[in-house]
Design a protein around this ligand. Structure first.
Ligand code: PXP
Length: 241
């Protein structure tokens, strides 16, 4: 059964807007678990625009499920991951100027570099995932790197301007899922998923996790965090195995 992992970055975004102490992402993570999240995700960006180092440490310490750390493939982040010991790292590309992660990681031609980068993390027992676009060459490269998971970037699908473009992007994702599954990779999906567009994956098998943040936090403003997470967790629970 696929599961929901909740990204709490935007709780920290709101806190950092005033550089204050609330809302507290650690509390949000605890509430997310109580509401049915199977795991918590935090993206520690190099510019620390939302999640801070202490959030990562505290969530890891207090988390009753599992914590995944999204991060760029830098030396600094590798050191933090080895120190904090999350259940999984998800390697993402990072650009300082972007509003959010805009595209998948380029794995092509970086197979050796990324294999070496992940080696100490794997040796520590940390699982790895590579956040990639649904491009067959990226899936192949990710497979060559030896990460256990890929996370297919659903942002292009979620942000498609019209029906035709959305269908095109959805087909790419579905093909990517088939290819990755054939190669023995485990598959997560994330970015831009909301309570409506996620329904396209209802009958799609072989998806391990849905990684969702923004739409849940947006809904939480109106209905509360507990309800927003329960609604999404219930949707995902009804999806194909
Ligand atoms: N997966 C990855 C790799 C991401 O970078 C993000 C955004 O931080 C998400 C999932 C969650 O995306 P959203 O906040 O749009 O649900």
């Amino acid at each position: 059964m696929p599961v929901l992992v909740v990204n709490v970055d935007h709780v920290a975004t709101l806190r950092q807007a005033r550089m204050g102490i609330e809302p507290e992402p650690v509390t949000a993570a605890y509430m997310a678990e109580m509401a049915g999240a199977t795991g918590i995700i935090v993206h520690l960006r190099e510019d620390r625009r939302h999640i801070q180092d202490r959030d990562v440490k505290l969530i890891k310490e207090t988390c009753n499920t599992r914590m995944h750390l999204e991060m760029a493939a830098t030396k600094e982040m590798q050191g933090i991951a080895l120190d904090v010991d999350p259940e999984m790292v998800c390697i993402v590309p990072e650009k300082r100027q972007e509003l959010t992660t805009e595209g998948g990681l380029n794995c092509i031609g970086r197979e050796d570099e990324l294999t070496d980068y992940l080696a100490p993390l794997h040796a520590r027992g940390i699982r790895s995932s590579l956040f990639i676009d649904a491009d067959p060459r990226q899936v192949e490269a990710a497979h060559a790197i030896g990460a256990e998971y890929i996370e297919i970037h659903t942002g292009h699908y979620a942000n498609a301007k019209d029906f035709k473009e959305r269908e095109k992007e959805l087909t790419k994702i579905l093909d990517g899922i088939k290819q990755a599954h054939y190669l023995g990779l485990k598959i997560n999906l994330g970015h831009g998923l909301n309570y409506r567009n996620i329904l396209a994956f209802k009958d799609v098998a072989n998806i391990s996790e849905y990684s969702i943040g923004h739409s849940i936090m947006a809904r939480a403003i109106y209905v509360g965090l507990d309800r927003a997470i329960r609604d999404m967790a219930e949707l995902v629970r009804g999806f194909a195995d």
